[in-house]
Ligand binder design. Structure first.
Ligand code: CTP
Ligand code: MG
Length: 409
């Protein structure tokens, strides 16, 4: 028998709340969502992560045996630690922290109530914690206009939503930062772990979250989750049964334009000649989108985004990559990895390669490699008339969302 190395990452799944706003007799994590409990669905994402992790479930003390049964069903042979929670979420997290294995270096804390969170989001949080060495939380841009109001409901002002992020879980931290912050207990009022860690003076930043990681709080949220599970497979297409990865290639060219700022590989390059185009002219991002779309059989960037949509004037890579990823997910794929090569004399990529790779990787929730070459002074790139980029993408079919709804009969 071969020894598998002890996991360096742990995920604490907090499931000890009562779910007072949902209003079920059962604690919220044990409420059924399309035939499986919220806890079981949350654990399915955790066990879908790329690498093995230590899994700690924090359950109500009345439901420890039930939690163990759910955990062993979701985890198969993998072992899960189940511990009793406390009166507040923070106390429940602290009980989970006490069960960490010695070798764990990175800790994710995840709400069981975010039952539809994609495994790829958990992996992206781990990657970002490990590459930055600090706390990472997924967050979504706030789309509603937010008003500050008085207790009587009078509007006092509008909050600048550009400066807001609606944060989700899993939230990830280097172990020592989270345990030190939790034991300092300086922020008992914090409603999430980022609040506790930030109150202790450690840096925490936001990466792109996922709409599917929404928290099931009210009955309406539960209905929405049921509807999403029912709607996973578009009615017009039969469920896909193939499991092989797929590859795609994309190429894009833009001419230099002295009146534009340069945006390339998702980054702004002050002082460099810009590229012409309806959007920001980011040839590397456009080549990546084409590679991903063609791998999934979804056409190409011109067909998907059009070349005259006024909403895309000056749009940057996050818009194109975010929408491409959403289309891929809807078609049942996630990104395996992507490479993109930029062909041109300038800008010199090497000083910012890591930055570009980290940004594109966090947008695509997958490894992205960026390289560059010149063409020995030949052709339009050699003459400095423009830039080309060529991308290759590998995409992977997602396992069916719901292989067996009868599990929790
Ligand atoms: N949680 C916990 N221990 C607590 C309170 C909450 O482990 N004492 C967990 C919940 O189980 C949930 C997550 O923290 O997975 C997020 O909390 P929330 O959505 O507020 O859940 P509840 O506290 O159960 O719901 P409510 O606030 O409506 O009572
Ligand atoms: Mg609560």
């Amino acid at each position: 028998m071969t020894e598998t190395p002890a996991p360096q990452v742990a995920v604490i799944v907090v499931a000890a709340g009562s779910g007072s706003r949902l209003g079920h007799a059962e604690p919220k994590a044990f409420v059924s969502l399309a035939g499986r409990t919220l806890l079981e669905r949350a654990l399915a994402s955790v066990f879908g992560m790329r690498d093995p992790v230590q899994v700690i479930v924090v359950a109500p003390d009345t439901h420890l045996a039930h939690a163990r049964r759910v955990a062993s069903r979701a985890g198969g042979a993998a072992s899960v630690d189940v511990v009793a929670g406390g009166a507040t979420r923070q106390e429940s997290v602290n009980r989970g922290l006490a069960a960490l294995h010695p070798g764990v270096r990175t800790v994710l804390v995840h709400d069981a109530a975010r039952a539809l969170t994609p495994a790829a989001l958990c992996d992206a949080v781990v990657d970002a914690v490990q590459s930055t060495g600090h706390g990472i939380v997924p967050g979504l841009a706030v789309v509603d206009t937010i008003k500050k109001i008085s207790a009587a409901g009078e509007i006092l002002g509008t909050v600048d939503r550009a400066a807001l992020s609606a944060v989700q879980t899993p939230q990830g931290f280097p172990r020592e930062m989270l345990t030190a912050a939790a034991s300092a207990g300086s922020s008992l009022a914090a409603t999430d772990d980022a609040g506790v860690v930030a109150a202790a003076g450690y840096p925490v930043s936001v990466i792109a979250g996922d709409p599917l990681a929404f928290k099931i709080t009210t009955l309406w949220d539960l209905r929405r989750a049921e509807a999403l599970l029912g709607a996973r497979v578009p009615a017009q297409s039969a469920p896909r049964t193939d499991t092989a990865p797929r590859v795609g290639t994309g190429l894009d060219v833009h001419a230099f334009d002295d009146d534009s700022e340069l945006w390339l590989a998702g980054l702004h390059w002050p002082g460099e000649r810009g590229l012409s185009g309806h959007s920001d002219g980011d040839a590397a991002v456009h080549a990546i989108c084409d590679a991903l779309l063609s791998a999934a059989g979804l056409g190409d960037i011109g067909g998907v985004f059009g070349t005259s949509d006024p909403r895309l004037v000056g749009a940057h890579g996050d818009v194109f990559l975010g929408e491409t990823l959403r289309l891929l997910a809807a078609a049942g794929f996630r990104v395996g990895n992507v490479t993109v090569q930029i062909i041109g004399n300038r800008p010199k990529l090497n000083t910012r390669r890591a930055e570009a790779e980290a940004l594109l990787g966090s947008l695509l929730k997958a490894p992205v490699a960026v390289s560059a070459t010149t063409t020995d002074a030949l052709g339009f790139t050699g003459r400095g008339e423009g830039l080309a980029a060529i991308a290759t993408a590998l995409i992977l079919p997602e396992p069916p969302a719901d292989p067996d709804l009868s599990w929790e009969a």
